[in-house]
Design a binder for this molecule. Structure first.
Ligand SMILES: Cc1cc2nc3c(=O)[nH]c(=O)nc-3n(C[C@H](O)[C@H](O)[C@H](O)COP(=O)(O)OP(=O)(O)OC[C@H]3O[C@@H](n4cnc5c(N)ncnc54)[C@H](O)[C@@H]3O)c2cc1C
Length: 388
């Protein structure tokens, strides 16, 4: 058991992902000495998670993706890190955490817990062999599994599924992608834009299986046999599931902190429990869970002064997301879910510009592919903020 090294003035942050570390960097810009303890199940290194879906083609091992080990982060940011430490409970009244290394008290607590990859229910004797890649350890296991293999099947044609498909074909693999939706990036792209992306990825070797789902995964000697609901079957060596993310809520729920899609926070990023805050992939702000880098940057910039006593409200400008598919680079800024309007898609030389326009012609969202991605900055300026 470690002794309780924190006290009632300590800011304790759970999670060493982009949210936890970006927040600490923002705090240190304002205050060099405020006591901060970071608790994480991971080794505590800093790495860029978006690189996980672009690193196979460049043959990177997990260790090569680490930009700074935990010891370096502790020195650089002057923080105390409890690594490989699981937090199992929060006592909000007593302002104490139960951890695998003993109790830790806090003055202010930040939940930067991230999200888990979702799993669809599957049948078959090889369900446990279906990989997901959501952190460095997963990446290394997946990399080892595909070594000297040829065929990979990906469940899910969303952002992460498409990025892995492109990266794997670049790394020399045959790739099948399966999705229940009739197109790739179903939530982000209008049909014509999705078709263009699918065509480019098909040209480099991706095979698509749309409007169907995986029913079973069975091992048959050295190969995996995937049965689809439409009656087709796919033979592959390794299967990767990328069907979406599920914010980590259990810790908050058990402590009586209000949750919905994510851990619910107000514009000051405070949860329903005083002195407990949340940001990143696990947090829900005004009904929105935005599991991307830019929202984390915005949230960290607002939360740092709030934790230091200068309460600051979060706002979200328009925040386009880059889909890292070199076969056809794509930038999306999807309209709000309840937005009224329609997509207007124009093919240009080497690309596609799709605008989602309100009835009065104002721009509410866009998708830019290929040569049209140069319009990103101009169109972003036209978009309304996501949270004012
Ligand atoms: C393959 C991939 C590619 C991506 N590409 C892009 C991109 O191009 N652009 C973009 O904007 N976004 C991208 N994203 C999303 C982006 O990477 C995430 O939004 C971001 O990294 C999430 O950071 P986080 O800190 O909220 O969560 P995480 O990085 O998941 O960190 C959560 C932390 O909490 C810790 N933790 C959780 N529970 C406990 C507990 N009980 N006790 C102790 N520790 C705990 C975990 O160990 C971890 O350290 C991508 C995501 C993936 C998976």
């Amino acid at each position: 058991m470690t002794q309780n090294i924190t006290d009632s003035s300590t800011i304790v942050i759970i999670g060493s992902g982009l949210a936890g570390y970006t927040l600490i960097r923002e705090i240190r810009k304002l205050d060099k000495v405020a006591p901060i303890t970071l608790i994480t199940r991971e080794p505590g290194y800093f790495y860029s998670k978006p690189m996980l879906s672009t690193a196979l083609a460049s043959k990177k091992e997990a260790s090569q993706l680490i930009s700074t080990p935990a010891e370096g982060m502790a020195v650089q940011l002057e923080i105390n890190i409890l690594s490989q430490t699981n937090v199992s409970a929060i006592d909000a009244a007593g302002k104490t955490l139960q951890t695998s290394k003993g109790p830790v008290s806090y003055g202010k607590l930040v939940l930067a817990l991230g999200a888990d990859q979702m799993r669809i229910p599957l049948e078959g004797n090889a369900v446990s062999e279906v990989f997901t890649v959501n952190d460095l350890e997963d990446y290394e296991k997946f990399r080892k599994a595909i070594k000297d293999k040829k065929k990979v099947a990906i469940l899910g044609a969303g952002l992460i599924g498409c990025e892995f498909a492109n990266d794997l074909v670049l790394a020399g693999y045959e790739v099948d992608v399966i999705d229940l939706a009739p197109q790739a990036l179903g939530r982000l792209l209008p049909e014509a834009a999705a078709k263009a992306l699918q065509t480019k990825l098909s040209e480099v070797g991706v095979r698509w299986h749309f409007s169907t789902t995986v029913q079973s995964v069975n091992r048959n000697g050295d190969a995996l046999q995937i049965s689809l609901a439409n009656g087709d079957s796919i033979t592959c060596d390794v299967t990767l599931s990328a069907v979406g993310l599920k914010p980590r809520l259990d810790l908050a729920k058990a402590a009586g902190v209000k949750t919905g899609l994510g851990i619910q926070v107000n514009r000051e990023l405070e949860t329903s429990s005083s002195n407990i805050y949340s940001l990143g992939d696990c947090a829900e702000v005004d009904g929105l869970v935005l599991p991307y880098v830019m929202p984390i940057m915005q949230a960290a910039r607002a939360l740092a002064p709030t934790l230091l006593g200068q309460v600051t409200a979060l706002s979200y400008p328009a925040m386009p997301v880059m889909v890292k598919t070199p076969a056809l680079p794509t930038v999306v800024s999807p309209p709000a879910q309840d937005a009224h309007g329609q997509w207007k898609t124009t093919a240009i030389e080497g690309g596609i510009e799709a605008r989602f326009e309100a009835p009065d012609g104002s721009l509410l969202g866009f998708a830019l592919l290929g040569s049209a991605t140069t319009q990103r900055a101009t169109l972003t300026k036209e978009l309304p903020p996501i949270l004012q």
